[in-house]
Design a protein around this ligand. Structure first.
Ligand code: NA7
Length: 541
């Protein structure tokens, strides 16, 4: 028998960074909101991805909420980049501090969402058969939360442990004395490999495509740097919000993106900039010049710089050669940030296995069979990435107007207006979803912005007594065109990256996120709001 709850205004799906902020904001705005979360704790990405070495590649002082000054002043981050346990603890603290837990139902998987036109509400069905109904739904389902299915033939026959990085066990996994294999060499594996190599007897890294990685230069936070940020945290946040990507720390100072075109400078000037960024570490390469993602020449020179630096970290020239990324532009697959990744291949117990020349054929009871050899394993770790941006929403059976499914509506790529709504699915809001800046912009600040904007939209609807909202087709098309225009001249099309859906066989190849930068995004959103929301249609129930 279904449970009906008539006291709910808003269902929020997911208790990660996005869902928690939405609950905080919407409750504060007077709505009865509740989160439904599949996991048994808060954290989202930081609840599920608990593999050894997991952590954020955006600095902790920046990858955190800015909405409450007391929170940001009082919370003490330990390291420059927060680890998964620290991030999970932070989000648990936020949930307690703002009394969010009382409105979160854990262990509840949303299986279907159906728009009931007559009642003007969403019917939300859970995997266990329960149902709730509410006029509004917020999809806080995450950007990198739907794992790419591990579709290796014979995997079920393998007698060892199969460990998936994105649903890592809560109890400690001991690799002592074991021969461990890992598939994947993206950001996840680049974080996990150096840590696991220290414990496992043997580690076999099965690499299909080498990635570009910059040193993460992690370590305890310097108190002077923390003092610098906290002495004007709101000002620091403002700098983040006014920047393209939402993270501004370069070499422990807030620094604007370099306004220059690489190719307008001399080779020596470019080299100096890259050396400076290498020393600072991590993702700050994205802001080193304006044309790195549009000029093949500039990009190739940076790729050469990376290859030179990577080579210098590996002892065996043959191994180094296999680890050098070639044939696709640097920065188009998300740059990895590592601690001792390349040095790990200098260890006696680590072997790099090139599965581009000898692909995985299948698994059997005791290991993995490649075209040219078999590797016996005690454990296999799967770090093959995500059906990014759209996967989590589409895996829910969402049915909008006239029963149309979201999966069908997005089969040729997601269509949204500014990442907020998709036409034909009234009263359903997306945060950190397709069409937003997230992924290219700090997702924590993005959800704060989108959440505040949605709350204002709801207030507008309330005062006009029009409780139902949808995106207009025209505004959605205009946004889709705008996204295409921003993405077209870039080099993202020249690699198999998740930003364009190219890591998932059969997924439409479209740029999933808005590449025009957060300032341009805000400008659009502000003109919509101040102009009375011309891109949206409103109606009474
Ligand atoms: P990524 O970056 O998508 O990396 C996945 C890795 O898994 C990558 O090396 C893939 O190689 C490899 N992969 C995927 N499928 C296969 C198969 N079938 N066989 C062999 N190897 C495979 O995911 P991550 O989890 O590391 O990082 C995701 C994001 O999280 C990251 O971008 C940051 O934003 C944080 P490929 O390149 O496809 O040849």
């Amino acid at each position: 028998m279904a449970n009906r709850d008539n006291n709910l205004d808003i269902v929020i799906i997911g208790a990660g960074f996005s869902g928690l902020y939405m609950l905080y904001k919407l409750r504060k705005s007077g709505y009865r909101a509740r989160i439904y979360e599949k996991g048994h704790g808060v954290g989202g990405t930081w609840y599920w991805n608990r593999y050894p070495g997991a952590g954020s590649d955006i600095e902790s002082l920046e990858y955190s909420y800015g909405f409450d000054d007391a929170l940001q002043q009082e919370w003490e981050w330990k390291e420059r980049y927060a680890s998964q346990p620290e991030l999970e603890k932070y989000l648990e603290h936020v949930a307690e501090r703002f009394d969010l837990n009382k409105d979160i139902v854990f262990g509840q998987t949303v299986a279907g969402l159906q728009w009931d036109k007559v009642a003007a509400q969403w019917r939300c069905e859970f995997a266990d058969g329960d149902v709730v109904e509410a006029p509004y739904v917020v999809m806080a389902t995450g950007l990198l939360s739907a794992p790419k299915a591990p579709d290796f033939e014979g995997l079920e026959e393998f007698k060892g442990r199969v460990l998936i990085t994105s649903s890592w066990p809560h109890e400690e996994v001991d690799f002592t004395g074991r021969t461990v294999g890992i598939i994947g060499t993206g950001s996840t594996a680049v974080q996990a490999i150096p840590v696991i190599a220290q414990q496992a007897a043997q580690l076999k890294v099965l690499q299909r495509t080498p990635n570009f990685s910059a040193p993460r230069n992690n370590g305890p936070l310097d108190p002077d740097y923390v003092h610098l940020v906290k002495s004007d945290y709101p000002g620091w946040r403002e700098k983040q919000r006014n920047s393209f990507g939402g993270y501004v720390s370069v070499d422990f100072q807030a620094m604007d993106a370099n306004p220059n075109m690489a190719m307008d400078l001399t080779p020596a000037e470019r080299r100096a900039e890259y050396e400076f960024r290498w020393k600072s570490g991590g993702l700050c390469f994205y802001t080193s010049f304006q044309d790195l993602l549009t000029s093949e020449e500039a990009n190739e020179e940076l790729a050469d710089f990376f290859r030179e630096k990577i080579s210098a970290r590996i002892n065996d020239p043959e191994v180094a050669d296999l680890l050098l990324p070639r044939g696709y532009p640097v920065l188009t697959k998300r740059l990895c940030a590592d601690t001792n990744y390349y040095e790990t291949f200098n260890r006696e117990n680590v072997e790099l296995v090139d599965i581009s020349s000898s692909p995985i054929d299948r698994f059997d009871a005791d290991g993995v069979v490649l075209n040219e050899r078999k590797i016996e394993l005690d454990d296999i770790i799967i770090a093959t990435g995500f059906d990014a941006v759209t996967g989590a929403a589409i895996r829910i059976n969402v049915r909008g107007e006239e029963g149309r499914s979201l999966a069908d509506a997005w089969q040729y790529g997601p269509r949204t207006q500014a990442g907020i709504m998709t036409e034909g699915f009234p009263n359903m809001f997306f945060v950190n979803g397709p069409g937003s800046c997230t992924g290219f912009f700090n997702p924590v600040l993005n959800v704060e912005y989108q959440g505040d904007w949605i709350a204002e939209l709801l207030a507008h609807m309330h005062s006009n007594r029009t409780p139902v909202v949808d995106s207009t087709k025209e505004a959605e098309q205009a946004w889709v065109d705008r996204m295409e225009e921003a993405a077209k001249p870039t080099l993202f099309w020249n690699s198999e990256n998740w930003y364009i859906g190219a890591n998932i066989p059969g997924k439409a190849r479209v740029m999933l996120l808005y590449l025009g930068g957060f300032p341009a995004y805000k400008e659009y959103m502000e003109s919509e709001a101040s102009g009375g929301y011309p891109g949206f249609s409103f109606r009474s129930a």
